[in-house]
Design a binder for this molecule. Structure first.
Ligand code: GLU
Length: 288
């Protein structure tokens, strides 16, 4: 079986120990399997992405001993692919424009008749304010400059469930299959945003299209993205794309048990390097 994996950082800040663990683990697993390790720069958010962070990513990864087997894919080069997928979903009547802001959603979701607001992988489940009464195929062009949401109830018509295989931590060696039913997707994920007001596409849409375009067979990433995988396997089904095998690894935490954040400069790889650390020290720090 072929083994193609990737590391997909966003150039919006310095890589820290959590990124080092994810990248080293994926790289080690690809090498052990005689497979392929690819890099993808997730710079779809042009406001927050900076060329200097991208340059630092290449530099830190190279210093760690990581080599990628093809030129990196950059999401900013992929807009035509994102538009084609959105066009397809739009024509099938599975998307609708949404003008709600965060505050509107909060207010509608906590209205007394709604019961307690429920959180999904993407925050509050959208209460449906802008959702059309009936989803129907669209002949016109994809609207620009407005957020587009997936009409989840319409999307799962004819789909009983979606499934994915999770291999877990390599040391644990356990493989499990997860099944997410259509009612769980409607109630627990809801109408997620697939294209943003300020840029075309969204994290969920691009990650699915890019993994397919790079021929990824194994997605190795942090456990914080486990819930998002439900969305990704549904999108794969809707767009006719293959589903990779998933490995959601443990998260590297600070001394208070908190997950490392982008702004956690104290644990940036660049900080350790400036203090004279060696790549082997970083491996030891993350337990590899
Ligand atoms: N770009 C995401 C991040 O930096 C990772 C996405 C993924 O691995 O699917 O957290």
């Amino acid at each position: 079986m072929s083994f193609v994996t990737r590391f997909a950082p966003s150039p919006t800040g310095p890589l820290h120990l959590g990124h080092a663990y994810s990248a080293l683990l994926a790289h080690d697993m690809a090498r052990a399997a005689g497979g392929t390790f690819l890099l993808r720069i997730e710079d779809i958010d042009r406001q927050r992405s900076k060329p200097e962070w991208e340059a630092q990513i290449y530099d830190d990864l190279t210093w760690l001993g990581i080599r990628w087997d093809a030129p990196p894919m950059r999401q900013s080069d992929r807009l035509p692919a994102y538009r084609a997928a959105l066009d397809d979903l739009w024509r099938r009547g599975l998307l609708y424009p949404c003008t709600c802001n965060r505050r509107d959603i909060q207010a509608a979701a906590s209205a007394p008749q709604e019961g307690a607001p429920i959180h999904g992988p993407d925050g509050l489940i959208y209460p449906g304010t802008c959702r059309p009464a009936r989803a129907k195929p669209q002949a016109g062009a994809l609207p620009d400059g407005v957020a587009l949401r997936l009409n989840m109830a319409a999307a799962v018509v004819g789909i009983e469930d979606v499934r994915f295989s999770e291999t877990g931590e390599p040391a644990a060696g356990v493989a499990r299959d997860f099944v997410v039913t259509a009612p769980e997707l409607i109630a627990g994920v809801g109408d997620i945003v697939l294209s943003r007001k300020d840029f075309l596409g969204s994290y969920h849409l691009s990650v699915v299209l890019d993994d397919a375009a790079q021929g990824i067979t194994h997605v190795i990433r942090g456990a914080d993205l486990f819930e998002a995988t439900k969305i990704h396997v549904l999108l794969q089904r809707l767009l006719g794309l293959p589903a990779p095998i998933y490995n959601h690894h443990r998260l590297i935490r600070d001394e208070h048990g908190k997950r490392l954040a982008k702004r956690d400069d104290a644990r940036a790889i660049a900080t350790y390097r400036a203090e004279g650390a060696r790549p082997a020290d970083i491996r030891a720090l993350v337990g590899l």
